[in-house]
Design a protein around this ligand. Structure first.
Ligand SMILES: C[S@@+](CC[C@H](N)C(=O)[O-])C[C@H]1O[C@@H](n2cnc3c(N)ncnc32)[C@H](O)[C@@H]1O
Length: 325
């Protein structure tokens, strides 16, 4: 169970929400939370909410009496979430959020206090939950600055658009940049990009390989995917809000991937391996896989256990590029 979620539940036992509509930003299911409308951009978590019977929206809008917020890892995303919560609260409404201490709970409590008084704060499970109300006006200048950082913006020196909270929001990931250099112009037919993020690798693949007839971007984070829609020319790209660990709907001539090896805050090697298993079972006969990984990750052994030959195309002190067929 997520300790920040447990802390939220604990805080709400002490100070229950008001009667009325509740919106849960960053929604996760918990049997002891009151009924709410959830917003959850990460596909595996969204699926878990739906299976537990929660109602979800993909675009939070309207007005709510209470807003619960479980932020992700990014500072900008958290502050943008505060501003969004303010805009969606009715006058007198209640806002509660929780973070782990290692994610900067006390720093973020101070940030919120700059805009509005904190009316309750609870520490438990190495996390902190804190509450504000929309009874008094929040500081307009601070709110405006938080609203601004919530906007999609270009990566400096490029025309790639990203937004707070997505993977590598402020720069091109160096691993992906390296893989992009090694993608050959001979890629052709149906290509899949697993964990496509905001579309960097897919766009470079399309630019380098004119014989690609379609590129399918599979990505769990709907916010990344909405950036990818802006970053790729329409025509050959197809966008799938999809949990890659559940497999793919079709088979592909080539698969390219910079697999994740973190979930939530911690390292998760099994996630990267699950990506590779999906890739291997989704290649057409004669198809090939191009992947980049941190040098120390043991993906070659996993590929070999699945019956695929692999060879390193390049290796440096940080990364390796693996070709497999
Ligand atoms: C290392 S990043 C690479 C992103 C992108 N290819 C790039 O170069 O910027 C891995 C991506 O996988 C996504 N991801 C994580 N778990 C996923 C899952 N179960 N299914 C699909 N995508 C996932 C993350 O949101 C992230 O965008």
């Amino acid at each position: 169970m997520n300790p920040a979620l447990e802390t939220l539940v604990f805080a709400l036992r002490e100070t229950p929400l008001q009667p009325g509509r509740t919106l849960f930003l960053g929604a996760q299911y918990h049997p002891d939370l009151p009924e709410s409308l959830g917003y959850q951009p990460l596909k595996p978590l969204a699926e878990a909410c739906l299976s537990a019977g929660m109602e979800l929206t993909d675009q939070p809008a309207g007005k709510f009496t209470n807003i619960i917020f479980l932020p992700g890892k990014s500072k900008e995303e958290t502050l943008a979430g505060y501003a969004l919560a303010h805009d969606l609260l009715i006058p007198g409404g209640t806002f509660i959020t929780a973070l782990s201490n290692t994610s900067g709970a006390s720093r973020f409590e101070k940030e919120l206090r700059r805009a509005t008084p904190i009316i309750a704060s609870v520490s438990k499970n190495k996390c902190r939950a804190f509450t504000a109300s929309n009874t008094e006006a929040w500081n307009e200048d601070i709110l405006r600055s938080w609203q601004e950082i919530a906007q999609p913006s270009p990566i400096s020196g490029t025309d790639f658009i990203t937004r707070p909270g997505v993977f590598s929001a402020s720069r091109i990931d160096p691993g992906s940049e390296l893989l992009a250099k090694f993608l050959p112009p001979s890629l052709h037919g149906q290509v899949a990009d697993l964990g496509a993020g905001w579309g960097y690798l897919s766009r470079i693949a399309l630019e380098k390989s004119p014989k690609i007839s379609a590129i399918h971007l599979f990505e769990a984070d709907s916010r990344s995917l909405s950036c990818a829609r802006e970053n790729l020319p329409t025509g050959k790209a197809a966008f799938h809000w999809h949990d890659v660990t559940t497999g793919l709907p079709e088979k592909y001539d080539h698969i390219i991937t910079n697999p994740p090896f973190h979930s939530a805050q911690s390292k998760d090697l099994d996630l990267g391996k699950a990506f590779i298993s999906t890739a291997v079972s989704s290649l057409k006969r004669g198809g090939s896989l191009y992947l980049v990984a941190n040098r120390q990750l043991p993906y070659e052994a996993h590929l070999s256990s699945l019956g695929l030959r692999s060879r390193p195309i390049f290796e440096d002190h940080a990364y390796k590029i693996i070709f497999s067929s």
